[in-house]
Design a protein around this ligand. Sequence first.
Ligand SMILES: Cc1cc2nc3c(=O)[nH]c(=O)nc-3n(C[C@H](O)[C@H](O)[C@H](O)COP(=O)(O)OP(=O)(O)OC[C@H]3O[C@@H](n4cnc5c(N)ncnc54)[C@H](O)[C@@H]3O)c2cc1C
Length: 406
Amino acid sequence: MTAPIVIVGAGQAAASFITRQVALGCDRPLLLIGDESHPPYQRPPLSKKYLLGELERERLFIRPLEWYDEQGIILRLDTRIDAIDCDQQQVLTADGESITYDKLLLCTGSSARRLPETIGGTLDGVFTLRSIADIDRFGPEFQAGRRLLIVGGGFIGLEAAAAARKLGLDVTLLEMADRILQRVAAVETSDYFRALHRGQGVDVRESARLTRLLGEDGSVRGAELESGEIIAADLVLVGIGGIPNMELAQAAGLDCDNGIRVNDICQTSDPHIYAAGDCAGFVRNDLPIRLESVQNAADQGDLVARHIAGQDVRYTSVPWFWSDQYDCKLQIVGLNQGYNQTVLRPGSSESSCSIWYYRDNQLLAIDAINEPKSYAFGRKIIEAGKNPAQQVVADPATDLKALAMG
Ligand SMILES: Cc1cc2nc3c(=O)[nH]c(=O)nc-3n(C[C@H](O)[C@H](O)[C@H](O)COP(=O)(O)OP(=O)(O)OC[C@H]3O[C@@H](n4cnc5c(N)ncnc54)[C@H](O)[C@@H]3O)c2cc1C
């Protein structure tokens, strides 16, 4: 019997790979192994509608559980892979079972970075937000009137702050950098979201360095800042970034850096092994990058399926991303790495605008805030490799549709 294509990690990239394999009518056996209890699901609603209780669990699932069976795909949940033997082309489960693969796809995602135990990171009432199981743990604690401290002013922290305010919690958000979203966005975008959150009653603290979390009887009670200030809290959500799950690959001797190194067909340093999604690092415009986004996971999973089916494909997708906070939608296209100029384009209403990122007059990326048209046309402009001058973009009279289509 032919050995199966084994996919480790049952998330977004895996679902995309399998969907494409099925669509292409590939008849190779597929074995999907995941350490969670659920079939592949979408994570974005976890910090948005699902956290608010506005979406049923089943609606998170990318395909219903029965679908895998119907397609003849073997889905093994609650199963962790602990090792890869590249020479034997086998993976080893935590229970000691060896499974032979013809090809292996690593879709192991990323994990939430935690605060160390030495500063209170393991106290009861301290949570991270990455999975359905995380929400099962802390969701019941999200009750009106409780004091929530969020550590980290990135997208997950900000989205959780928005959900918590909607649910009536008192929210303080700490960011150690001098502005929220500093790692991912320009000053203009940070300014917009700071004002949005403060307007909704979130106590946003920037340049606020946490010294330690304070506990009582094993449960978190607050936090001490470097300034000496004490902030009382009933629960703490830590949103300080993700770490690629690459231990398996590292232990197997695959090239890893910030992620499992892949080439433009998502192949690792072992030609029988591919990696896709949050766990994969690759080079774009001569710079090493790793993306944590649905677009990247879905497109890379899809690409591996096409490549294995014999199509001549290369990973060149233009990245895009979104974030929903209150009634505000941020849409991002392109990569702003290395930008040295920004242009603020006024939007069609007071609460909308777009920020255009340039490096040495070359357009790199756009943040569109409540501006779906700017996003849609901007995306076309970037995908077509067009480079409108900054003064043209800054002029609200400029017709973006004409620029995109012209
Ligand atoms: C709260 C939250 C909100 C987000 N919001 C957005 C958003 O608005 N827009 C956006 O574009 N992106 C968003 N993202 C990011 C997006 O969800 C991820 O980039 C995407 O899920 C990555 O897909 P993946 O397949 O690489 O990993 P995942 O979907 O994380 O799947 C990886 C799976 O592998 C499993 N696994 C790991 N190691 C092993 C092992 N050894 N054995 C077996 N199984 C293993 C993991 O448990 C997990 O189930 C959000 C993420 C989170 C957590």
